[in-house]
Design a protein around this ligand. Structure first.
Ligand code: ASP
Ligand code: MG
Length: 426
């Protein structure tokens, strides 16, 4: 018998029928002899719809009211799920974030959990109930409702799992686990049986969107085992945990790509002391998250500086540079939005020389030009033209022996379709 947290995302509870299916699944887990706690997201696109409603009445809604509004989505799904469980003859009880003892700081819209008191949930479990917890929300010290940021229900699930000392936190979604690459662009991608927290975090940071990054960070900190699996099948998914059996062999665990970054180049920069400091301090001061930075060697005391940043930060970057560029006497700024970042991730990289050389050779042979490079001990990222990103993922996946024999056939997109998709993804 195990103690399990089962988290269901928006797609899995998008309709009454799907909610009934979730109830069935939870009841089955209980019949198998396990103790289960459910955590739910809002139904389907509810959160987006609520955001739309808010925007229709106020372009800049107060964050406190926003959280109050957004938290209702999860309260609808939690109650419906509890009712659906009761309809199958089992006892269920729903809990808001506050009732589940999720206390956060007061940063509305992206609050951080500061403590978890799971007494009520443990008590309900002991009395034979299936507790159903609203994801994504908590309460601050003033008693105001907060939300944890988009995708925050994953974090709730991990927090609840930690609070009750669960054996595993099962995260059900419309994907059946973590893959070595995005199947839609890399049909030979393989499902990973397990992945370490570190690799998962690098994959998530590099654009692989299966699990919310904060949830994985939380899980690593408190050693909660996550099982990412499909809401629509019984197949085993991917376990995210500290130690992985297969880790010794594999150099590369997976390849992630991210089309949301943009490249900004400042041209004609006088190559003098303190210029870079000025530029990047100003960017940081305006909350621009710079990722890769490249400074060309100077000719006649003039150089170019390029950096990449999330597309979401581009407006702020432009604003900042409008001010700074004249101050440093640079010539102009140019922006390239059609770039993508492709990252090789793997703890095994730390002890294996030659990964970079092999990656660069592979890309070179495929005629893919590298615009920028960055590395960490367990990640190697390159920036390439967005139109070549899918091809880059495929050739690297093949070169590092990640290809599975099974081919994913559902969406075999043409190169043009993929490029169009990626351009839109931004
Ligand atoms: N409903 C929230 C969102 O859409 C939280 C979640 O789904 O995890 O972001
Ligand atoms: Mg979600």
């Amino acid at each position: 018998m195990a103690l399990i947290v089962c988290k269901f995302g928006g797609t899995s509870v998008a309709s009454p029928e799907r909610i009934r299916n979730v109830a069935k699944r939870l009841v089955r887990r209980k019949q198998e002899g396990h103790q289960v706690v459910a955590v739910v997201s809002a139904m389907g696109k509810t959160t987006d719809e609520l955001l739309g409603l808010a925007a229709a009445v106020n372009q800049n809604p107060p964050t406190r009211e926003m959280d109050r509004l957004l938290s209702t989505g999860e309260q609808v799904s939690m109650s419906l799920l509890a009712m659906a469980i009761e309809a199958r003859g089992y006892q269920a009880m729903s809990f808001t974030g506050r009732q589940a003892g999720i206390v956060t700081d007061n940063t509305h819209n992206k609050a951080k959990i500061v403590s978890v008191d799971s007494e009520r949930i443990k008590d309900a479990l002991e009395r034979g109930y299936i507790p159903v917890v609203a994801g994504f929300q908590g309460i601050d010290e003033n008693g105001d409702i907060t939300t944890l940021g988009r995708g925050g229900s994953d974090t709730t699930a991990v927090a609840v799992a930690w609070g009750i000392g669960a054996d595993v936190c099962e995260i059900y979604s419309d994907v059946d686990g973590v893959y070595s690459a995005d199947q839609r662009i890399c049909p030979h991608a393989r499902k990973l049986d397990e992945i370490s927290y570190d690799d998962m975090l690098e994959m998530a940071g590099a654009g692989s969107g299966v699990l919310q990054m904060r949830a994985v960070e939380f899980a690593r900190k408190f050693n909660v085992v996550i099982h990412s699996r499909s809401a629509f099948s019984d197949a085993e998914g991917t376990y995210v945990k500290e130690e992985c059996d297969m880790m010794e062999e594999a150099v590369i665990t997976g390849i992630a790509h991210d089309t949301s970054e943009v490249k900004v180049t400042i041209r004609g920069v006088p190559d003098s002391t303190g210029v870079a400091a000025k530029v990047f301090s100003a960017l940081a001061g305006n909350m621009v998250n710079t990722d890769m930075i490249i400074q060309n060697t100077s000719e006649d005391g003039i150089t170019d500086i390029s950096f990449t940043c999330p597309g979401a930060d581009l407006e702020r970057a432009k604003e900042t540079l409008k001010r700074v560029v004249p101050e440093i006497n640079a010539r102009e700024v140019s922006i390239d939005e059609s770039v993508a970042k492709v990252s090789l991730v793997g703890t095994g990289m730390k002890s294996t020389p030659g990964v970079a050389a092999k990656a660069f050779n592979t890309l070179g042979e495929a005629d893919i030009n590298i615009v920028a490079i960055s590395t960490s001990p367990i990640r190697l990222s390159v920036v390439v033209d967005a139109a070549q990103a899918a091809e880059a993922v495929r050739v690297l996946h093949h070169a590092f022996d990640l290809d599975s024999d099974a081919v994913f056939e559902e969406t075999q997109l043409s190169a043009e379709e993929i490029a169009a998709k990626m351009a839109k993804g931004r």
